[in-house]
Design a protein around this ligand. Structure first.
Ligand code: ATP
Ligand code: ATP
Ligand code: MG
Ligand code: MG
Lengths: 256, 256
């Protein structure tokens, strides 16, 4: 059965999509079977892998709202061991369309259950909000990976996110844990960045990954070619960091 | 009567809050009377000005959901000509609480109308989504200012945002215009950044401001001291850029 992880943080632009895509890519490169679920209406994970979100026929929207089986939406990415359940702009409507539905928080968990056996890892990318899509993912997941940008404003929202996770644990998913905190866009010339890292490590010493992901221009360039950082520039500092992060993550999860 | 502008972009981390706070600060420094409305449950604009979002007594939540008068929530910021209508974490619940309410899109416009006469400018910061809070601001506003990060993924969502603005114009607010597009976090060493700027200028030549806001560490540091960039480091490249941007914006709006 797959281990399911959600990338969550309501602060925008902290590296949720970048971490979801590249973690999934390196896990697949390590031979794990991986499904990336794009639960963000912006569909950035879908386009980062080279797909056109406006041409996607069956997306997570159909799976959640029309209860189509996940297998009908899942696409091979052309990369070994690596599939995608794509998003599309229609997903922005799911929130309102599911308001009246009694099992609205469990839709994703239900959709994933029949296919969980086909994968070792399911990675879920999320929008920058604590809305229904995020609660769906937290209800379906075993663990939450929290990317935090090494900036002051990114620190502000962490408490709110942790409180939301606690509510989900109590009301919807008792097995949910914080699987890891990833410090992203670390810039060693910026003395605030080091302070933010210290602050997060002080509060969450066990969760915070040792690997820091540096700010690296190549990471921002890769999605414009529809490539993962591993494909675009495997020797870049960004690629090396995501490779090390993935190894640290897999060791933690698989108890290696 | 105040001119009302909303900072909108559903892509996260593109500089909405940073632009809202610093544009408001420089407009006030130019002698304009300014109200900054924080319509983001993250309350980053509120904390960037030195307020503790968890200590705010009356926030935008009370104004929108409990229909308290805006005057009861508005706080002086201690800076001449510059007031704040603060946010608080409770605002995250406004979305769901207003679902059944018939005039839910007009709540902000109604709340602002009685106090618009006290200001020259009202600047509204928004969360990274196209949800009810954003639609409220677009319904109340004369214009939208769209910050765009000079990164590939930031370009992806522009069409969706423009389409949402068009829907608001047709259904809720015929006077709404795109008042300007601000290119933020421009890094001249990043060749993709220049391409993104060219692409945006090609599609929106009249809207795109000539002033580029560079990536500048001092901008990220200022909010951790509860200061605007003008207060924190007026001679920094970031401060100079926001000063120039504000002059360009005021000239455009006031027809100087
Ligand atoms: N380590 C890094 N170095 C440089 N650029 C990065 C890095 N990580 C992410 N980026 C870039 O920063 C921007 C924000 O990252 P990303 O889109 O992954 O964040 P997000 O949290 O998914 O955003 P959103 O909240 O909108 O979903 C993107 O343009 C991305 O390419
Ligand atoms: N020009 C700049 N140079 C350097 N850092 C910047 C710049 N503009 C913004 N930042 C920093 O980048 C981060 C994102 O900016 P900001 O929070 O203003 O974006 P936002 O669009 O309001 O995010 P959200 O989508 O979460 O509301 C913040 O930590 C901010 O301090
Ligand atoms: Mg994302
Ligand atoms: Mg913001």
């Amino acid at each position: 059965r797959a281990r399911i992880f959600a990338l969550a943080n309501q602060k925008g632009g902290v590296g949720k999509t970048t971490t979801a895509v590249n973690l999934a890519a390196y896990l697949a490169a390590m031979g794990r079977r991986v499904l990336l679920v794009d639960a963000d209406p912006q569909a950035n994970a879908t386009s980062s892998l080279g797909f056109d979100k406006n041409e996607v026929e069956t997306s997570l929207y159909d799976v959640l709202v029309n209860e189509q089986p996940a297998t009908e939406a899942i696409l091979p990415t052309g990369r070994p061991e690596f599939d995608l359940l794509p998003s599309a702009p229609a997903l922005a409507g799911a929130e309102v369309e599911l308001v009246e539905v009694s099992d609205r928080e469990q839709r994703l968990a239900r959709a994933i259950a029949p296919i969980a056996g086909n994968y070792n890892y399911i990675i879920i990318d999320l929008p920058p909000s604590l809305s229904l899509l995020t609660v769906n993912a937290l209800t379906a997941a075993d663990g939450v990976i929290i990317p935090i940008q090494c900036e002051y404003l990114a620190l502000e929202g962490l408490m709110q996110l942790v409180n939301t996770i606690k509510l989900v644990v109590v009301n919807l998913n008792p097995r949910l844990k914080i699987s890891g905190i990833v410090m992203t866009m670390y810039d060693s010339r910026n003395n605030l960045a080091a302070q933010v890292v210290e602050e997060v490590k002080a509060h969450y010493p066990d969760e915070t990954f040792a690997t820091l992901v540096p700010r690296n221009v190549r990471i921002g360039e890769a999605p414009s070619y529809g490539q993962t950082i591993r494909e675009y520039d495997a020797n870049s500092r960004g690629a090396q960091a995501y490779k090390a992060l993935t190894e640290e993550f897999a060791a933690r999860v698989e108890g290696l």
